[in-house]
Design a protein around this ligand. Structure first.
Ligand SMILES: [Zn+2]
Length: 292
């Protein structure tokens, strides 16, 4: 019987910091809906619900981040970058990181190996063409990493992924050939989709949470992770959290994080470079065997 993989080890954050936090924004725009529901391209209202992100939400969120001198990571599907090149360039120009988020938001577990590799390559080409910079980070659409994804990322020179959920801190993930990929874990409770998204027939139940409740739950999770020296990774979508009262709640959360005085707030790439410098032993993750 194979023994379970060992847990991630605690991280020593840069001097003076007890914990870390990353604010991440997945700029899906229309792509997330178009991949799952191609016919929705004819639903004008649904398309505008999604385009609100790049057209309105991004500018408001850039204002929030700028007021607090916080650099964030924007995970962008290649298709979105080609549709909204000026918006993506404005994000990069403001000093934020652009990471890879598929081409048309294809979850790696929902396509075959060839299609997964193709989406990675097309996304890389699109982001590089629009920003002039090759991304070092990847986040799987729907956080649905396949067991083959880490090798595909390493083959293409990626430094990190941010899609897995088995730790409160980043770690090194072993890939074929003896190298590794930094993994920066996420969790569904720190995603605004579950709180705010309602698209009839596409996503959500119709219940849309109050930003006051969301601020409370994210604050509680941040405070507990901060106590433990963990890594708070928040995932927001500009089409959701770019709405006024939600952006205001996010600004309050940033003020609370900053007020600790000892939380390192950084883009995912900076966190990944730090983790890489620690020379951690990579963890080996394999699919569980249901027959053992
Ligand atoms: Zn997404």
């Amino acid at each position: 019987m194979t023994s379970p993989t060992r847990p991630a080890e605690p991280i020593a954050w840069p001097a003076g910091h007890r914990a870390a936090a990353a604010l991440t924004f997945d700029l899906d725009a229309e792509s997330a809906v178009l991949f799952e529901h191609p016919g929705a391209r004819h639903r004008m209202s649904v398309m505008t619900h999604q385009s609100y992100g790049p057209l309105v939400g991004v500018e408001r969120l850039l204002g929030v981040l700028g007021r607090h001198n916080v650099r964030a990571t924007f995970c962008v599907p290649g298709w979105t970058a080609l549709r909204y090149p000026d918006v993506v360039r404005s994000i990069a120009a403001a000093g934020h990181e652009i990471a890879h988020h598929g081409y048309l938001h294809e979850p790696p577990t929902g396509v075959d190996a060839a299609a997964e590799a193709d989406a990675l390559d097309r996304g890389l080409d699109a982001l590089e063409a629009v920003t002039g910079v090759r991304p070092v980070g990847y986040r799987a659409p729907m956080w649905e990493l396949s067991y083959r994804t880490p090798d595909l990322l390493a083959d293409r020179g990626f430094l990190y992924d941010s899609s897995l959920m088995d730790a409160d801190v980043p770690y090194e993930l072993a890939v074929s050939g003896g190298s590794s990929l930094v993994e920066i874990p996420v969790q569904w409770a720190l995603d605004d989709w579950e709180q705010y998204c309602y698209l009839p027939g596409i996503s959500g139940t119709g219940l849309i949470e109050s930003p006051a409740k969301v601020l409370e739950m994210w604050t509680l999770e941040f405070q507990a992770l901060h106590q433990e020296g963990g890594c708070f990774v928040l995932t927001n979508h500009p089409f959701l959290s770019g709405r006024p009262s939600r952006a205001a709640a996010l600004e309050t959360l940033i003020e609370r994080i900053t007020a600790t005085g000892d939380t390192w707030i950084a883009p995912l790439a900076d966190l990944a470079h730090h983790v890489r410098s620690l020379d951690l032993t990579p963890r080996v993750l394999t699919p569980p065997d249901p027959m053992m």
